[in-house]
Design a protein around this ligand. Structure first.
Ligand code: AMP
Length: 165
């Protein structure tokens, strides 16, 4: 399936110089969403996964769809300050400034999902935080990997993605 044709390029959003990859057309296509949900877990042993953990906020949409498709639970990895306790928080560096993410404490086996992997800071922080909070991170995947911005690996392998730029 040609997923790239369902990802819109928006120049200079949200800041001058950024080429934003907008997955809205893909979200509106039920067949494409089904394809994405099934192919993001292509090499994953689903018997080893309890929850799909989505990174706020577009990661929520993909992870929740995958949870429904594969009959698993959903876990939110949120921007700090939104979840009730008990939670754990982690700050991480962005290209400019810093951000903070938070998740409920737990000990389940999870697969972490996000829409776009850019520098990798967000996904790496999500992996680190999940482990610190008690989870067993079995797999990670993203819809889009901006490979020119990162060399990120998980368990010594390139992060699984369905679209690369
Ligand atoms: P990073 O921490 O640099 O890997 O940035 C990843 C987060 O920023 C993801 O959650 C994406 O949703 C968002 N993001 C970064 N760059 C882009 C882009 N060019 N288009 C769309 N989203 C982006």
């Amino acid at each position: 399936m040609d997923l790239k044709s369902l990802i819109r390029d928006v120049p200079n959003f949200p800041k001058e110089g950024i080429l934003f990859r907008d997955m809205s057309p893909l979200l509106q296509n039920a067949e494409a969403m089904d394809f994405v949900s099934r192919n993001l877990v292509k090499d994953v042993d689903l018997s080893q996964i309890d929850y799909f953990a989505g990174i706020e906020s577009r990661g929520f949409i993909l992870a929740a769809h995958m949870a429904a498709t594969h009959k698993k639970g959903f876990l939110p990895i949120r921007k700090a300050g939104k979840l009730p306790p008990p939670t754990l928080k982690l700050s991480y560096a962005l290209e400019y400034g810093s951000a903070e993410i938070e998740l409920p404490l737990g000990n389940s086996r999870i697969m972490i999902i996000d829409d776009v992997l850019a520098t990798g800071g967000t996904l790496q922080a999500a992996i680190d935080l999940s482990k610190l909070a008690g989870y067993d991170v079995k797999a990670v995947a993203v819809l889009v990997n901006l490979t020119f911005l990162n060399k990120m690996k998980f368990n010594n392998k390139e992060v699984h993605s369905l679209v690369q730029y």
